[in-house]
Design a protein around this ligand. Structure first.
Ligand code: DMJ
Length: 480
């Protein structure tokens, strides 16, 4: 999830309505409804920013020390049992939490930990393991993490490792007759599998692969991502909507529902905007605009003054499925802000803030008609503070810092255990049934957004910086 190259600081209340910010897009035009501001509740005054930044860093270190003490070199820590978890394949490790943490360690000034992490990668990380990996996850976590680590440290070994992973992932793209990548690839053999491909799997590589092409001068990575995008765009409906998943070999839609901005399509849209901004690629930006307008026009709904997104059949625009919203969709508030739909993004953020009034720790899935938890677990997800960070950068509005801090405190009060931070089983019961996992993305995302909002670190270019869907800083790390 990432931003605009030019950030203006203006009050949300005086911001131009989103529709007026939308550049003209050639082709079939869709009218975007005029946004209506969702009222926001007064938030408590914040402690001093430097004090919050210190608190955030302390909590990051609590999680990091939990990982390093119990699971160093493994993908993820189970902070309650002290065991570890293999993320990609049983019995295989990629030291995923280490790779995911690199640029966060840099931004927080944890330079000794960063050096030790890089040393581990140089000594142990093997991109040629006999492991069948999810291409989407390997790109955003491993390739992205290593590229961001390279930007943070200048260590060429990290870039070389990123490139080797990308080379081993490329068969998923190049062996596909349509260009839509197979979902898995064996890193050692190059064998590909998985023909039913969700949009996020088809279109979440252009930021990492584009940056890798820029750094190496090798266009194969960017070309693979663009070919996949073109294959999907060619299959949009007459309404300029997309379904959920396609067959990589036939190119036919498997699931025709447009479920944006929910998973498993979420980051497809995010990377059209992010790739456009990072690579200065007008085609990607135009596609983002082209596909976003009908999502806003046909899928946005207002319930009790809050803004949500329903699912529709991408061919007819008719509503399908129950009124559900995944927590993962909360990233879309920031994306809309960055993409030129600021008031709509602000409204959507306020909807999620209302959900947090009801559930201080967000459940995985809500019924948006009454904010009831449908899937009651919480996977320690970062989407809400991601949007807070994006909207704060665009507007400078203190509301986003207040609400992000509230989110942070709730996480600290509910999901902190002796060995770090953990997912939980049911946010609706007292005690929340702590689970036993710190997902590796927690080291990449959750506290990075808070740190960037409160620390004012000189190691980040607040104007030009761009982050991936996994929170990797792919542009804008500064020496310091
Ligand atoms: C992260 O791995 C990425 O943000 C991905 O795009 C979807 N969300 C997870 C964390 O919730």
């Amino acid at each position: 999830m990432g931003p605009n190259s030019t950030f203006t600081r203006r009050s949300l209340l005086t911001a131009t309505a989103g529709a007026a910010l939308v550049p003209a897009v050639a082709g079939r035009a869709t009218a975007v409804p005029r946004p209506v501001a969702v009222p926001r509740a007064a938030a408590a005054p914040l402690p001093d920013g430097a004090r919050i930044a210190a608190e955030v860093r302390t909590e990051f270190l609590h999680g990091w020390r939990g990982y390093t003490a119990a699971a160093w070199g493994y993908d993820e820590v189970c902070p309650v049992s002290g065991r570890h978890h293999d993320f990609f394949a049983p019995g295989r490790t990629f030291g995923l939490s280490i790779v995911e943490a690199l640029d966060t360690l840099y931004l927080m000034g944890l330079d000794t930990d960063l050096a030790e992490s890089c040393d581990w990668i140089e000594a142990h990380l093997d991109p040629a393991q006999d492991a069948e990996v999810e291409v989407f996850e390997a790109v955003i976590r491993l390739v992205g993490g290593l590229v961001a680590g390279y930007h943070a440290t200048g260590r060429g070994s990290l870039l070389a490792r990123a490139r080797e992973f990308a080379d081993r992932l490329l068969p998923a793209f190049t062996r596909s007759p349509t260009g839509i990548p197979y979902t898995t690839v064996n890193l050692r053999t190059g064998a590909v599998q998985g023909t039913t491909v969700a949009l996020a799997q088809a279109g979440t590589s252009v930021m990492e692969f584009g940056e890798l092409s820029r750094l190496t001068g090798d266009d194969r990575y960017l070309d693979a991502s663009m070919r996949a995008y073109t294959a999907v765009l060619d299959r949009r409906s007459s309404l300029d909507l997309l379904g959920t998943s396609l067959n990589a070999e036939t190119g036919r839609w498997v699931d025709p529902a447009s479920v944006a901005p929910n998973p498993p399509v979420d980051s497809f849209y995010e990377y059209l905007w992010g790739g456009g901004a990072l690579l200065k690629n007008r085609q990607l930006t135009d596609w983002f605009q082209l596909l976003t307008r009908p999502v806003l026009a046909r899928q946005s709904v207002r319930a009790d003054g809050l803004l949500w997104f329903r699912s529709v059949d991408h061919r007819t625009g008719r509503p399908v499925g129950p009124p559900r919203q995944s927590e993962l969709a909360a990233f879309y508030a920031g994306l809309l802000g960055k993409g030129g739909f600021l008031q709509t993004g602000a409204d959507y953020y306020r909807s999620w803030t209302a959900a947090l009034d009801r559930h201080p720790v967000l459940p995985e899935t809500l019924d948006y008609t009454d904010l009831a938890a449908v899937d009651r677990g919480n996977q320690l997800r970062p989407e809400y503070p991601n949007s807070a960070f994006d909207l704060w950068r665009i507007t400078g509005d203190g509301y986003y810092r207040q609400t992000a801090y509230r989110w942070f405190r709730s996480m600290a009060e509910s999901q902190r255990v002796a060995g770090g931070y953990t997912v939980c089983g049911d946010v609706t019961v007292r005690g929340m049934q702590p689970g036993d996992l710190t997902p590796a993305y927690w080291f990449a995302e959750n506290l990075k957004y808070l740190w960037l909002m409160f620390s004012g670190t000189p190691r980040f270019d607040y104007r030009r910086g761009l982050l991936s869907t996994e929170g990797k800083v792919l542009r804008g790390l500064l020496p310091g």
